[in-house]
Design a protein around this ligand. Structure first.
Ligand SMILES: *Cc1c(COP(=O)(O)O)cnc(C)c1O
Length: 427
């Protein structure tokens, strides 16, 4: 498998962009070697510049739940582009995307569209602070909420991979009001609220974690999140940028009993174009300008191309839901990977919710950042490259979840399991 063209192209990129990339997660920092430069993608497959085909388990880090270059999404984008790409004035498409989100996500009554997940969480935090008149925010170690200054403490995702949870450039002031607690630790949460409850504006949480690998919350933890925030007048923010429309049409909250006050969305909601959204109870959302006083704006927010891709994706997910099929494919992949790891005597655990899955090189289940940090990341890196060599493109970090799309077939899953068996045996 030649990768000459990728290597030449990436050498050009490195000269002109920091690390050759526009987002650090793409840089292969955790696995070493040169990133593949992608030429195009179709369905479940990525094609690099050298013409190699890979079964893709990144799905652009979450958005591509229908697979790449889906005809309905492409048609919608083409048709929108022909009518102009941005007006800076209201469109019906924005209301339609808002309606689809509100109809799907149980706790959302009103929504504001933005341009990325980062923008959504940043705005939700500001709104929570404005609404409650309080400063303090609680987040959990290993959860990632985008590159918002106040949330870049003990962040997961590429922040965890690069071991720079506290980024230079984030002032002490920006993170001084951020309290970092352990995930899945109701007692720790209760203690924090007992001590500082009256100062806490909000708790922001990934209701199913994707950004330290896939980590599933306990029922006790979810109940404590709702109970403590409600008892102390703080808001509960579910960051569903990854889980929204991924684990279920209505997101993680559709699978769980708990209803958050605010929800942030991104990724799938934009169908592969840049979109984010935050929403919640109307009483809270109406504190945003121009109804309320909390400032938040965006030149390209709700722009016609992104809304077209989002609407086409959500309509497809609503009218022909792939979630049963994704669950079946996910279960097949999980079983295959477990079996392969067992046969190869690799210490491992697997976490999965529907089409979100992580094979941890860790003998115990990963429940929080402390256990996640104990993974054998060297073993993961070797596994990653052995999979690439067999045409399987995994997320290039132990701390990122694999995503299956509706374009994946049982044959793709079986080929992936066969490759994993080889890779794990050849360690
Ligand atoms: C990806 C992600 C974000 C950030 O979204 P961007 O569009 O990359 O800014 C925030 N929260 C979660 C849970 C994410 O997975």
């Amino acid at each position: 498998m030649s990768r000459e063209k990728s290597e030449a192209a990436f050498a050009q990129a490195v000269k002109r962009m920091p690390g050759g990339v526009n987002s650090p997660a793409r840089a292969f920092g955790a696995v070493g070697g040169t990133p593949l430069v992608i030429d195009h993608a179709q369905g479940a497959y990525l094609y690099d510049l050298d013409g190699n085909r890979y079964i893709d388990y990144i799905g652009s880090w979450g958005p591509m739940i229908l697979g790449h270059a889906h005809p309905e999404v492409l048609d919608a984008v083409r048709s929108a582009a022909g009518r102009g790409t941005s007006f800076g004035a209201p469109t019906e498409a924005e209301t339609e995307l808002a309606r689809l989100i509100i109809d799907a996500v149980p706790s959302v009554e009103k929504v504001r569209l933005v341009n990325s997940g980062t923008e959504a969480t940043m705005s939700a935090i500001r709104l929570a602070r404005g609404f409650t008149g309080r400063d303090r925010i609680v987040k959990f170690a290993g959860n990632y909420h985008g590159h918002v200054d106040s949330l870049l403490v003990a962040a997961g995702s590429s922040a965890a991979t690069l071991a720079v949870p506290d980024s230079p450039g984030v002032t002490a002031g920006a993170s001084a009001d951020t309290l970092v607690l352990a995930y899945n630790d109701p007692a720790g949460l209760e203690k924090a609220f007992a001590a500082q409850g009256s100062q806490i504006a909000a708790v922001i949480v990934e209701p199913i974690v994707g950004n330290m690998g896939c980590v599933v919350p306990t029922e006790d933890f979810l109940q404590a999140l709702r109970g403590e925030t409600a008892a102390h007048g703080a808001l509960l923010i579910y960051d569903e940028v990854m889980t929204g429309f991924r684990v279920a049409y209505g997101g993680a909250q559709a699978l769980q009993a708990v209803r958050p006050d605010l929800t942030t969305l991104g990724k799938i909601v934009g169908g592969g174009l840049p979109v984010g959204a935050y929403g919640g109870r109307a009483e809270i959302m109406d504190n945003v300008l121009p109804v309320g006083k909390v400032f938040q704006a965006g030149t390209l927010s709700g722009n016609p191309l992104a809304t077209a891709a989002g609407i086409a994706t959500l309509r497809h997910l609503r009218d022909r839901p792939p979630y049963q099929q994704l669950e079946a494919l996910g279960a097949r992949l999980e079983a295959g990977l477990r079996q392969a790891a067992l046969e190869a005597q690799v210490k491992h655990s697997v976490a999965r919710v529907g089409s979100m899955l992580t094979l941890f090189f860790h003998p115990q289940p990963v429940v929080d950042w402390q256990t996640a940090a104990g993974c054998d990341t060297q073993a993961f890196a070797r596994f990653f490259w052995k999979m690439i060599d067999q045409g399987v493109y995994l997320p290039c970090s132990q701390y990122e979840a694999m995503f299956i799309s509706a374009a994946h077939t049982e044959a793709d899953i079986d080929a992936t399991v066969a490759a994993a068996r080889q890779a794990l045996n050849a360690r």
